[in-house]
Design a protein around this ligand. Structure first.
Ligand code: PSV
Ligand code: MN
Length: 425
């Protein structure tokens, strides 16, 4: 489904007066407004191909209808999101949930929607119904059997090949490897085997590529995870070499972890590579970014902006930005629009922080002032800036409202049917 530029223009026209009144405060009073708008326009967040359908839990799945039936329809859905907010200009594929059979055609289709291919993701956490000789029940890259490890390594190399054909430039490896019970695993052997397997994958990386090592504290293994925290991920990435980085998924920490501190240190060490945004209350809940802990999201962005500036990195291209969420009870496209919006707001708020004053407060141990400076930025309503960035880039002042006004889901259901099921989570 395509959204005509006139539809967006017409929607924006109807809301323009009220938007201009809200924006006037910014353009009249805040010197940094123009810079923030420009940075927001440049900032793009990739959408994972596996998050375009309804998510499930181990207790079931309640499909919402009109889900994309193939890769082309997934690309069309991301194209639709990007047309609405102009901030979702990339798609991340999970292989073999999505295999591009005609990469050139897939590339052209994505380009037609203004999309590029973000990191490609391998999957050695599930056994595939066909064409797989060995099971990953007891791990993949860590497995005791060299034949299983070889199969998993070859799969990752095949994923790199798919990525090259699509113009992607990074591979994300998330392993479910670990153990469910004490005694099951020799931790040192599991570490060595995993490192050796990762080294073989790393050796197959094209020159300009990056390898992201994603960690996760628990699930599906519940006693130990072989890449269970940022420390082990950093260890693997450091041993692998300069093209390997740690990837932070916000849902992959133990409760109350100070993620902003982790981010600050990884960035400082030049080893933060990518991000998976979501939110959670209890575990890896994969909820909408900013829906549970918006202040934490802001504090993370505060460290990201500060750390990237310290290293002279381009905010838009220096790290791989992606949403990794699941939608059990919401329309997936609406949920993704909400996540992108929350990320844009946290980013804009972080750009508002008076960094010189903050450093001054820190150096003089003025705890109250330091807290005030952060909270002042967080409590600022930056929605007019985000709306203006979307509008100037050709998107809608309020993407979600336009999505609803156009009855997009009803149209998708009539095109694709009510009972369609997208591959993915
Ligand atoms: C695992 O929980 C994860 O966060 C990894 O990024 C996977 O690739 C993705 O979710 C989908 O299972
Ligand atoms: Mn993830």
């Amino acid at each position: 489904m395509l959204l005509a530029p006139e539809t967006i223009a017409d929607f924006n026209q109807q809301h323009l007066d009220s938007h201009r009144r809200k924006l006037a405060y910014w353009t009249d009073e805040v010197g940094a407004a123009e810079t923030i708008i420009e940075k927001l326009i440049a900032f793009q967040i990739a959408i994972p191909s596996w998050a375009l359908g309804t998510g499930g839990t181990r207790f079931g799945r309640f499909g919402g209808g009109g889900e994309p039936r193939n890769l082309d329809e997934k690309i069309a859905d991301v194209g639709l999101l990007h047309a609405l907010n102009r901030s979702s200009g990339a798609i991340s594929l999970h292989i073999p949930w999505d295999i591009p059979t005609d990469p050139e055609a897939t590339r052209q289709l994505a380009a037609h929607y203004g999309l590029r291919f973000d990191a490609v993701n391998s999957n050695t956490f599930q056994d595939q119904p066909t064409g797989q000789a060995h099971s990953y029940k007891f791990g993949s890259l860590q497995h005791t059997d060299a034949a299983v490890r070889r199969q998993a390594i070859e799969h990752n190399i095949e994923v790199i090949r798919h990525g090259v054909a699509l113009g992607s430039d990074s591979l994300t490896v998330w392993l479910s490897d670990g153990s469910c019970f004490p005694g099951q695993l020799n931790f040192r052997k599991a570490f060595d085997r995993t490192l050796d397997s990762l080294q073989q994958i790393y050796a197959a990386l094209p020159d300009a590529w990056k390898l992201f090592v994603e960690y996760k504290a628990f699930e599906p293994n519940f006693y130990s995870m072989t890449v269970g925290d940022w420390g082990s991920s950093l260890l693997y990435a450091t041993k692998l070499g300069p093209k390997a980085y740690t990837l932070v998924d916000l849902g992959h920490h133990l409760p109350n972890a100070n993620i902003e501190q982790i981010v600050a240190i990884l960035l400082h060490e030049g080893k933060l590579g990518g991000f998976h945004f979501n939110d959670s209350k209890y575990g890896d809940d994969d909820l909408t970014a900013g829906s549970i802990k918006p202040y934490q999201l802001f504090l993370i962005f505060n460290e990201l902006v500060d750390g990237m500036d310290a290293r002279g990195m381009d905010h838009a291209t220096g790290l791989g930005w992606m949403i990794d969420a699941s939608h059990n009870v919401k329309d997936p496209l609406e949920d993704l629009l909400q996540s992108v919006d929350a990320i844009q707001m946290a980013y804009a708020q972080a750009l508002l922080v008076d960094r010189a004053a903050l450093e001054e407060a820190r150096e003089t141990n003025d705890v109250v002032q330091a807290q005030e400076l952060l909270q002042d930025a967080f409590r600022t309503d930056v929605r007019p800036l985000v709306a203006e960035a979307n509008r100037r880039a050709g998107g809608a002042l309020n993407p979600l409202a336009l999505f609803r006004r156009q009855n997009v889901r009803r149209q998708l259901i009539s095109e694709r049917g009510l009972k369609t099921v997208a591959t993915g989570l």
